[in-house]
Design a protein around this ligand. Structure first.
Ligand code: PGA
Length: 257
């Protein structure tokens, strides 16, 4: 059975004091959940990583980052390395979010380098894939997923791919309030799993966790989680308040497959 993973991507929101408040609130709301059953990951902006790390130390909450560079150190102004993330207590790193593809020139090639760098440091990459609205309308969804998986995860060993979490995030559903239907999410996520079976093998494919992301809310998490290939969620907007994120986590945790 694949362990549920719910991650909150705080994006470019929350000052340090706001981040501490949110992390403390989540800790209070979610302390009863068993870390054996569910990974609950908070991904604050870089500036709040250290403080959030302290708040959630010795809790069932885990720390994630929203991106990283692929070198350990060097003259790369403005970048943060996996080594530095590990140092502050990070366990998960979101790689290749569509906003990074769209606004910051992220490509399958850079995503591949970053994924390998993260794995080298025994951190878990959450690799984002997904089609734009135009691509879906032109019937290219599967082709885009094939491209993102084939090239973004190129040359990973069986051991490495086994560590990866994949987030299927249709770009048209991110921040728009337009969630994919659970049927659409399942269809895309089954396709991703079949690709992994083709590129690696069935056993590995069945062990890899695939999250859905895009306008996830307390109202739609149960239906999404009930789909056989939806193993969790990557949550943006609804991860910014204690009530909505805690409700999503609790409801997801109750869906047993
Ligand atoms: P959203 O963002 O939940 O606000 O749609 C999801 C994401 O970008 O990861």
């Amino acid at each position: 059975m694949r362990k549920t993973i719910i991650a909150g991507n705080w994006k470019m929101y929350k000052t340090i004091s706001e981040a501490i408040e949110l992390a403390n609130g989540l800790k209070r709301e979610l302390f009863k959940l068993d870390a054996q059953d569910i990974d609950i990951v908070l991904c604050p902006p870089y500036t709040a990583l250290s403080e959030v790390s302290e708040v959630i130390a010795d809790s069932n909450l885990k720390l994630g980052a929203q991106d990283c560079f692929f070198k350990d150190e060097g003259a790369f102004t403005g970048e943060i390395s996996p080594l530095m993330l590990k140092d502050v207590g990070v366990k998960f790193v979101i790689i290749g979010h569509s906003e990074r593809r769209q606004y910051f020139g992220e490509t399958n090639e850079s995503i591949n380098k970053k994924t390998k760098a993260v794995l080298r440091h025994n951190l878990i990459p959450i690799v984002c894939v997904g089609e734009t609205e135009e691509e879906r309308e032109r019937g290219l969804t599967f082709q885009v997923l094939d491209d993102h998986i084939r090239n973004g995860l190129k040359d990973l060993t069986e051991e490495q791919i086994g560590q990866v979490v994949i987030a299927y995030e249709p770009v048209w559903a991110i921040g728009t309030g337009r969630t994919a239907t659970s049927t659409q999410a399942q269809e895309a996520q089954r396709y991703i799993r079949d690709l992994l079976a083709k590129f690696y093998n069935k056993e590995i494919a069945e062990s890899i966790r695939i999250q859905y992301g895009g306008s996830v809310k307390p109202e739609n998490i149960v239906e999404l989680m009930q789909e056989p290939d939806v193993d969790g969620a990557l949550v943006g907007g609804a991860s910014l308040s204690v009530d909505s994120f805690a409700a999503i986590v609790k409801r997801a945790n109750e869906v047993k497959k």
